[in-house]
Design a protein around this ligand. Structure first.
Ligand SMILES: Cc1ncc(COP(=O)(O)O)c(C=O)c1O
Length: 461
């Protein structure tokens, strides 16, 4: 535990959560993490849907060492290296049709920042400096990162609240979140109002002022793997086309096989104008991200000023690029996208009994991307009061059974509403899925007993 280290050497790490006693992880292997006392945990959330190929993969470690031995850093404004060209080529090959240009960065927030700045750049290059198009419409309940631009399009209230005065005033529309429908309606009778809200918002802003709409294909960290209804993405695609607005799919969490497809928008046959991605792109072996853009939009830049006025020191560095190449090769060699789909089906099947728990309101997601929403009252879908921190409690119980989860909160009303995200490495086997579910159910049963709400407890009282 960090407490012992602190005692001996002082307390110098600036944690996000100052009061929390941190576990010390000393190594990882496959889907497992090991703490400094040798205890083993299933990495049931791959960090935060990052470690998609599992831990300590020898060929990736070798590729990183080999590149570090050649050249670790060159600046992309002056040089390009073979791994950077190769990575961009591989990503473009995986991306939906036409998305042929890859702008490399070092993480998800950077990818979103760059994507929304490119959207503005595109219209200035195409229509001239007088273009008014700059607004980026986003959604409540979405998460796009913590830098100020990315946070401005984020719609998760707890992450925004403190910084609200510093944010750009971008408009937000309700997300497609059927379990807590903003309109209090049910699908399909609702007519997918949440998608038509985009049309209303564009008209309200004036299409001449709107550059882009950004959304996660399935909402990740902010609400727990919430999938849209089937019509949602085709509808928002059509609305964007109608108003000459770019569609940005934020696939930072869902990209690279997480949902059983290379990119999640493939589930609905929709081709975005821009995709932001990160996490699974390097599976945690190096900080890496990108936005991928349609050739025709890049062409506007080529024909225009030729300069995208944006960049970060580490964007497209050789070490991160070589890591990405090795990771993407590993996905391909081990058919991890197929495994994500197959093991995802198994995960959903084996989790069915857990969904019967009196405190589990909803189990949702796609592939190896699952959200479990926790509620105090199942019939009314009433969340636990925020102070109970039920997601954190479940996470602690599961840790005791050797399973790591990713809890999130605040999606019901900005304060209450809890879920845990289950998103293990895409390398997981059937036996490991079964073990993950066994550990989850053991943690859940402990929590139910403590709350006095287990089916057994109810039967006895
Ligand atoms: C959809 C989405 N976009 C952006 C981000 C921000 O990525 P990063 O934390 O790498 O900056 C995240 C992180 O969880 C995310 O899930």
């Amino acid at each position: 535990m960090y407490r012992d280290y602190k005692h001996r050497h002082g307390d110098h790490v600036f944690f996000r959560d100052v009061g929390k006693d941190m576990m010390v992880i000393s190594r990882g292997q496959g889907i497992y993490l090991y703490d400094d006392e040798g205890r083993e945990y299933i990495d049931g959330c791959a960090g935060s849907a990052v470690a998609n190929i599992g831990h300590a993969v020898p060929e990736v470690v070798e590729a990183i060492a080999a590149q570090a031995g050649k050249v670790a850093f060159t600046h992309l404004s002056r040089f390009v290296t073979e791994p950077t060209m190769r990575l961009a080529h591989m990503v473009a090959e995986l991306a939906p049709a036409g998305l042929g240009r890859v702008y490399l960065v070092s993480g998800g927030s950077e990818a979103v920042e760059a994507a929304i700045k490119f959207a503005r750049t595109y219209y200035v290059e195409r229509d001239g400096a007088d273009s008014k198009k700059y607004q980026v419409i986003a959604r409540w309940h979405g998460f796009h990162g913590n830098t100020l631009g990315a946070l401005s399009v984020t719609g998760h209230i707890p992450r925004r609240r403190k910084y609200e005065p510093m944010l750009v005033d971008f408009p937000h529309i309700p997300a497609c979140y059927c379990y807590r429908c903003h309109y209090g309606e049910s699908y399909p009778a609702c007519g997918v109002k949440c998608a038509h809200a985009l049309d209303d918002m564009i008209r309200q802003c004036g299409a001449e002022n709107v550059a882009a709409f950004i959304a996660e294909p399935l909402v990740g960290a902010a609400s727990g793997a919430v999938p849209p209804v089937a019509e949602y993405w085709p509808l928002v695609r059509a609305i964007c086309d109608q108003h000459d607005v770019l569609l940005i799919a934020d696939e930072v969490m869902t990209g690279f096989g997480r949902t059983g497809r290379h990119f999640a928008t493939e589930h609905w046959g929709v081709i975005p104008d821009i995709i932001s991605c990160a996490k699974g792109m390097s599976a945690g072996y190096a900080p890496l991200g990108a936005f991928i853009v349609q050739e025709r939009h890049h062409l506007a830049l080529e024909k225009g000023s030729g300069r995208f006025i944006h960049g970060h020191t580490y964007g497209g560095n050789p070490l991160a690029s070589a890591t990405g190449v090795a990771v993407l090769e590993y996905y391909h060699r081990h058919k991890l996208v197929d495994n994500s789909r197959e093991m995802g089906d198994l995960l959903f099947e084996l989790m069915e009994p857990a969904a019967e728990s009196p405190i589990v309101g909803d189990v949702r997601g796609l592939g190896l991307f699952m959200g479990v929403e926790l509620v105090e009252d199942k019939a009314s879908r009433r969340p636990f009061p925020a102070g109970v921190a039920i997601g954190e409690q479940l996470t602690r119980k599961c840790i005791q059974h050797g399973l790591v989860l990713y809890p999130g909160s605040g999606h019901a009303d900005g304060k209450s509403g809890d879920h845990v995200l289950i998103a293990p490495p895409l390398t997981i086997s059937a036996a490991e899925v079964a073990e993950l579910v066994r550990r989850f159910r053991a943690g859940l049963a402990d929590l139910e007993r403590e709350l006095g709400v287990s089916r057994l407890a109810q039967a006895v009282t």
